[in-house]
Design a protein around this ligand. Structure first.
Ligand code: AHR
Length: 665
C-alpha cells in the first residue's frame, strides 16, 4: 500500500479540527494524528528588541513608467518633444500639416526644440493640428475638469486654436475649448476642459488644432486631470491612495538605477530637476525611455510630505551603469559638493544658497532629513566604492553630524551607519532566507536597510506564491526589526498597458502596484504588506516553534554546481507587541497547500482576552492573482475570533497569511 504523504495527513488532521480555537487547555484538535501538530511559542515575558519605527517604507524610481504614465499626473506623452530626436514620437497629425521639430525657435535653453506646425491649409472644414495618444490612452471621466496648457508662438496666424478631448476614432468630442490670441512671442496658454455626463474611457486623444491658416510652434503641451490634494504639478489620486494604505514611513529616491543612469549625462542630475517645469530639460532613464523630470527633487520631497514619510535621499556617487566612475580624490570633489548642495536644498534655511532656491521654488520650509544614501548597488560593478564612500561620508558627517549615512555595499574604510542590501529571489529562496538576520551581530556592524527586495513570481505583478514568499521573508525582518531598520519592496510600480513589444510599458516583471491610464490595483504582495505594516507592535517578542512541517526543495545550481536538496519550512511566524495597548500581533504564514491546525502557546503574558481579530489573505492556488481586470480577486478579510487564550489551536487556511490581534488584560 502506498504511504500517505505528510501533506495529506496534515490536511486530514486539520479538517478534523475546529475552525475556531479550541478551549484553553484542551488537547489540540489533531494531536492524535500521525503528524505532530505544529506549535508556535511566544514568550511575552521576553522582549528581544524594539521594532524600528521606520521599518516599512517605499522605494521608487522611474522604471515601468512609474512617474511618466504613472504616479505623475501628466497625461501627455512626450510633452516637450525631446523623447526622440528628429521626430515627435507619440504625436499624430490632424489634417495635412507639415510638422517638424525645429531648433530655430527654442522656448528656452532647456527645452531647446519646438514642434513647428505649418497649418496654412487650415479651414473650418479642414482643421489642422496635432493629437497626443497619452500613455496608452487618455483617461476621460464624467463631470471632470482638466487643466490643459501649452507654450506657443505663431506667424501669420489670427484665429483661435481649439483644444479638445476626443475619442480615438474621432467619433466623439468629450470636451473642447478655444484658445484665442496666439502671439508672435512665446507665451503660455492655460485652459480648462470640462466633461459632462460622458462615459468613463481611456481610448481617447488630446487634440490642438487650428481652423484658420498660419504657422504655430508648440512646446510643453500639458494636460492634468484632478490630482491628489489638487496640487498643480501633482500626483494621481488613486495611486496615492494605494500608497497611503501601506502606511509607509520613508521614501527611498530617486533610485535604483535611475539615480546612476546608463552614462553620466543620464544620471539623476538633481539641479536639472528643480525650478519651473518648463526649465527642466529632462533626461533618458536607464529603463529606456524619456523622463521630463516633471517629478523632480522637490516633487519627491512633497510626495514625502503628502504621505508623512521621511525622505531617504540617495545621492549620485560618481558611478554610472556603463561602468564610468570617478576616482576618489579631487576628481570626485564636484560630486561630493553636489551632494552637499542637494542636502542643503532639502534641509537648508532660506538664508542658505540652496535653501533659498527651494524657497523660490515654492517650499520655504526645510524638509526633515535623517538618512542619506551614497550611490546604489555599488557592490557589483565598482572596485572603488570604498574610497568614494569614505569621501562622501567624511564630507557629509563634517557638515551634518546628525545625518545617518547609508552604504550600498560593504566597506571597510568607514563604518557606515546603515548598509543597504537588496534581494530579488524565488519564493523558495525567500523562505529559505527568512532567518538570515537571526544571526546578524547586534553590535559593531551597521544596521540594515533592505532597500530593495521582492519574491519574483508573477508578471506583471506578483501572484499569491510571491505574496507567501514575501510574507515569510517579512516575518524574518520583523523578528529582527531591531537591526533591520528599514525595508522597501521594489519595484513599486508598473504600467500594465503593454507588457511586451517595442513600445512596452514594463521593463521589469513582478512589481507591487499595477495600473493603466484609468485604474490601478494592488497585487497580493501589496495586500500582504498593507497587513504587515498596519498591524505591527513596537516590541519584538521571543518566539520558538516545534513540529513545523517541511517540504523538500532543490535549490538552483550555483555556477553549474548542483546543491543538495533542503527541507523548507512551510510555516513562518513572528510576534510583536504594542507597548501601550498590550496587543500582541501574531503573523502566521502557511505556505502549504493544506489547511493546518496550529497550536499557539503564549507564556509570560497577562491574561489573553478570549475575543480577538484576524486579518486573513488567502488564495485557492499559489498562481491566483489580481489583475487590472480583476483587481480585488485576492484581498484580505477581517474576522472576529473567539475562544482565544494563552493556549489555543487555530486552523490556518492553505496558502494563507494571517495576522492575529490578541488583546491582553
Ligand atoms: O528595482 C529594479 C532595479 O534593481 C533597481 O533599479 C536596481 O537598484 C536593482 O538592480
Amino acid at each position: 500500500m502506498k504511504a500517505l504523504s505528510p501533506v495529506f495527513l496534515l490536511l486530514a488532521a486539520s479538517l478534523a479540527s475546529a475552525q475556531t480555537p479550541s478551549a484553553p487547555g484542551a488537547a489540540p484538535a489533531n494531536s492524535a494524528a500521525a503528524v505532530p501538530i505544529p506549535v508556535l511559542q511566544i514568550d511575552a515575558g521576553k522582549v528581544t528588541g524594539d521594532v524600528s519605527p521606520t521599518l516599512y517604507g517605499l522605494m521608487t524610481e522611474e522604471i515601468n513608467y512609474s512617474y511618466e504614465g504613472g504616479l505623475y499626473g501628466e497625461l501627455i506623452r512626450n510633452r516637450s518633444f525631446l523623447a526622440s530626436p528628429g521626430w515627435p514620437a507619440f504625436w499624430d497629425v490632424i489634417g495635412h500639416p507639415t510638422v517638424a521639430l525645429d531648433r530655430s525657435q527654442p522656448l528656452n535653453a532647456a527645452l531647446n526644440v519646438s514642434l513647428k506646425v505649418d497649418a496654412r491649409t487650415a479651414s473650418d472644414k479642414t482643421p489642422v493640428g496635432i493629437a497626443n495618444r497619452g500613455f496608452w490612452g487618455i483617461p476621460v471621466r464624467p463631470d471632470t475638469t482638466y487643466r490643459a496648457s501649452f507654450f506657443a508662438r505663431s506667424e501669420d496666424f489670427h484665429g483661435p486654436l481649439t483644444v479638445a478631448l476626443v475619442r480615438t476614432d474621432g467619433g466623439k468630442v468629450w470636451a473642447s475649448a478655444p484658445v484665442p490670441g496666439i502671439s508672435a512671442a512665446w507665451r503660455q496658454y492655460t485652459v480648462e476642459l470640462r466633461t459632462d455626463q460622458v462615459p468613463t474611457s481611456k481610448d481617447n486623444v488630446f487634440e490642438i488644432y487650428a481652423t484658420t491658416p498660419g504657422t504655430i510652434w508648440f512646446q510643453q503641451v500639458s494636460l492634468f486631470a484632478p490630482t491628489f490634494a489638487g496640487q498643480a504639478n501633482g500626483f494621481r489620486p488613486d495611486i496615492m491612495a494605494l500608497l497611503a494604505a501601506m502606511h509607509p514611513k520613508f521614501l527611498r529616491f530617486p533610485g535604483g538605477n535611475y539615480l546612476e543612469g546608463n552614462a553620466r549625462a543620464e544620471r539623476f542630475d538633481w539641479k536639472q530637476t528643480v525650478g519651473a517645469v518648463e526649465t527642466r530639460p529632462g533626461h533618458k532613464s536607464p529603463w529606456g525611455y524619456w523622463s521630463t523630470d516633471g517629478l523632480g527633487l522637490l516633487e519627491f520631497l512633497e510626495w514625502c510630505e503628502d504621505l508623512h514619510m521621511q525622505p531617504v535621499l540617495a545621492v549620485f556617487a560618481g558611478y554610472t551603469l556603463n561602468g564610468e566612475h570617478t576616482t576618489p580624490g579631487p576628481e570626485l570633489a564636484p560630486d561630493v559638493q553636489s551632494a552637499l548642495e542637494e542636502i542643503e536644498y532639502v534641509t537648508g534655511g532660506p538664508d542658505t544658497t540652496w535653501g533659498a532656491r527651494r524657497a523660490r521654488d515654492g517650499h520655504p520650509a526645510p524638509f526633515p532629513l535623517r538618512y542619506v544614501e551614497v550611490g546604489n548597488e555599488d557592490y557589483n560593478r565598482s572596485s572603488e566604492y570604498d574610497g568614494r564612500f569614505a569621501q562622501f561620508y567624511d564630507a557629509i558627517k563634517a557638515k551634518h553630524p546628525e545625518l545617518q549615512v547609508i552604504a550600498t555595499a560593504p566597506v571597510t574604510s568607514r563604518t557606515p551607519d546603515v548598509l543597504d542590501e537588496h534581494f530579488y529571489r524565488s519564493q523558495e529562496e525567500m523562505e529559505a532566507n527568512a532567518f538570515q538576520y537571526d544571526s546578524y551581530p547586534r553590535t559593531g556592524r551597521p544596521k540594515i536597510f533592505v532597500g530593495e527586495w521582492a519574491t519574483r513570481v508573477g508578471a506583471p505583478t506578483p501572484n499569491m506564491a510571491a505574496a507567501l514568499g514575501d510574507a515569510a521573508w517579512l516575518t524574518g525582518l520583523e523578528r529582527n526589526a531591531d537591526v533591520v531598520r528599514m525595508a522597501s519592496y521594489a519595484p513599486l510600480f508598473v504600467n500594465v498597458s503593454r507588457l511586451s513589444g517595442s513600445d512596452r510599458s514594463m521593463e521589469w516583471t513582478t512589481d507591487l502596484i499595477g495600473y493603466d491610464a484609468l485604474t490601478s490595483y494592488g497585487s497580493p504582495s501589496y495586500y500582504a504588506q498593507v497587513m504587515f505594516s498596519s498591524l505591527l507592535g513596537d516590541e519584538i517578542l521571543a518566539t520558538g516553534a516545534e513540529n513545523i512541517p517541511t517540504r523538500t526543495w532543490q535549490p538552483p545550481a550555483v555556477r553549474g554546481r548542483t546543491r543538495p536538496t533542503e527541507q523548507l519550512r512551510q510555516v513562518f511566524f513572528d510576534a510583536t507587541r504594542d507597548r501601550r495597548s498590550g496587543a500582541i500581533y501574531l503573523k502566521v504564514v502557511n505556505e502549504s497547500g493544506a489547511a493546518l491546525a496550529i497550536h499557539v502557546r503564549i507564556s509570560g503574558a497577562p491574561r489573553i482576552a478570549p475575543e480577538g481579530e484576524a486579518t486573513v489573505l488567502q488564495a485557492a492556488s499559489p498562481q491566483d492573482t489580481n489583475t487590472i481586470e480583476d483587481p480585488r480577486h485576492i484581498v484580505p478579510h477581517r474576522e472576529s475570533v473567539h475562544g482565544l487564550s494563552a493556549d489555543f489551536t487555530r486552523e490556518f487556511p492553505a496558502y494563507s497569511i494571517t495576522v492575529l490581534e490578541l488583546k491582553t488584560s
